[in-house]
Design a protein. Structure first.
Length: 446
């Protein structure tokens, strides 16, 4: 079909906007520190509507291919003036830090100071301490809100997950701690031992080498190419192919009622919202959220898809496969009819969420720019209050899963040569150790 940008090239208007006041620069005196709404914990977010709405899905899969318009953005949900304010503020900030690297380390928000949550025995016992603590606490903050690890698992079944990117290794750390090592996890990576040794975590070179389905699927779609200059106005164009792959993999690899959590950049284009629409129809609920553990001045956010509906619609996964056959997926502008994307309930949710996050990002960038312009670093690094730190600890504290007592599975079994049975004081369970190779494992060797 014809891209609507072609007919609206001169006006550059968005589509289907709700009536809302435009976002303007924060009204503060040059001497006042800019405020970010709902800081420091950013606990306010929009709840997703029920995904049980009857959308006309199967007959509305309309792919729009438009070579040469890959960088054109016509948002369905945000006014053009608001987008321009966001982009100009981004550009001003990135120009500042490009010219002076020390400004990258300015510590204003809790997300800049997560190491304080990772220290101290008192809180460490409550929510764990981690090597990759930034991403570990990001998942912990999502788990606190959405109860991701409370997914129904039989007592005899371990929580299982797939992490599609090694950038999310902290997720594996958190899950291992939260489940007390009683889980079955896979990390897609050719690099082994990114995670401290644990027999419950397995490294696989690709998704095809994992035969079983899992309860949780994680993907990082914020990874940008290193070999080219990034256009901060159109971040979504860099990961279109990976978005299609991750959505397809999640639908294929999740158990019934499983959860898909992916880290995204902007959710402004029709391509991204088309994918969210497909997921919205495939899961019981979909929520876009930027928790306090993510930098409020960044474009990053999480898409949390809960409760995969079974059976998975085969036409959806096949459609994603077909889209991946395009030589240049960056030229795809949309994969769902605009009529679906402006469905009142779906559009209202996306609009409210995108508007909220856009406003937060602008205000947070303005706050960073204020401190850069005033170079008041001493004041910046002492802004975290004790009561805010205490609340932040609460917002990442999720009760650990109770340890399941089980009968030792090696009764009457003669262990192979070199293997001995040892007792772990820390884990309070037996493990098996090979004195020749140094390998350790929880299950008895064959």
């Amino acid at each position: 079909s014809t891209a609507i940008e072609i007919s609206l090239r001169d006006t550059r208007l968005g589509l289907g906007h709700h009536n809302q006041l435009p976002i303007t620069s924060s009204s503060f005196s040059p001497l006042d520190i800019p405020k970010v709404f709902d800081e420091p914990l950013f606990s306010d977010y929009d709840n997703s509507e029920s995904g049980d709405l009857s959308f006309p899905l199967l007959d509305k899969k309309t792919t729009t291919i438009a070579p040469g318009l890959k960088s054109i953005l016509s948002s369905l949900y945000i006014k053009f003036d608001d987008l321009e304010l966001l982009y100009k503020t981004r550009e001003e900030y990135f120009n500042k830090i490009e010219n002076n690297g020390k400004f990258k380390n300015i510590r204003i928000f809790i997300s800049d100071q997560l190491e304080f949550l990772n220290s101290g025995e008192k809180y460490g016992n409550n929510h764990g301490s981690f090597i990759n603590y930034q991403t570990a606490f990001q998942l912990a903050s999502l788990d606190k809100i959405f109860n991701l690890t409370s997914i129904k698992v039989d007592d005899s079944t371990r929580l299982s997950f797939i992490i599609e990117n090694s950038t999310l290794t902290g997720f594996a750390e958190y899950l291992t701690w939260q489940q007390q090592d009683d889980l079955n996890g896979f990390i897609i990576s050719n690099e082994k031992y990114l995670f401290p040794f644990n027999s419950s975590i397995h490294y696989k070179p690709d998704i095809a080498s994992i035969p079983s389905k899992v309860h949780l699927f994680f993907s990082d779609l914020t990874i940008l190419p290193l070999n080219q200059k990034i256009n901060q106005r159109y971040l979504e164009k860099y990961n279109k192919n990976q978005m299609l792959i991750s959505c397809r993999n999640a639908l294929n690899k999740l158990n019934e009622n499983g959860h898909f959590i992916c880290k995204l950049t902007d959710t402004l284009t029709r391509f991204t919202t088309s994918l969210i629409y497909l997921l919205y129809c495939s899961f019981k609920s979909v929520t876009i959220i930027r928790p306090f553990t993510l930098d409020p001045s960044s474009s990053h956010r999480f898409l949390v898809c809960q409760g995969l509906k079974y059976p998975v619609n085969k036409s959806v996964t096949q459609y994603l496969e077909d889209l991946l056959q395009h030589n240049e997926t960056e030229n795809i502008l949309e994969i769902i009819s605009v009529k679906c994307l402006i469905h009142p309930e779906f559009q209202q949710y996306i609009h409210s969420t995108v508007q909220r996050l856009l406003q937060r990002e602008i205000q947070a960038l303005q706050k960073r720019l204020y401190f850069i312009n005033h170079s008041n670093h001493e004041q910046i690094n002492s802004m975290l209050k004790d009561e805010d730190l205490k609340k932040a600890h609460e917002y990442i504290t999720v009760p650990r899963r109770s340890r399941i007592l089980c009968v030792e599975p090696d009764s009457g079994i003669k262990l192979p040569s070199g293997w001995i049975k040892e007792w772990s004081k820390k884990e309070e369970r037996h493990y098996y150790f090979n004195i020749n190779t140094g390998e350790s494992r929880w299950e008895p060797p064959n």
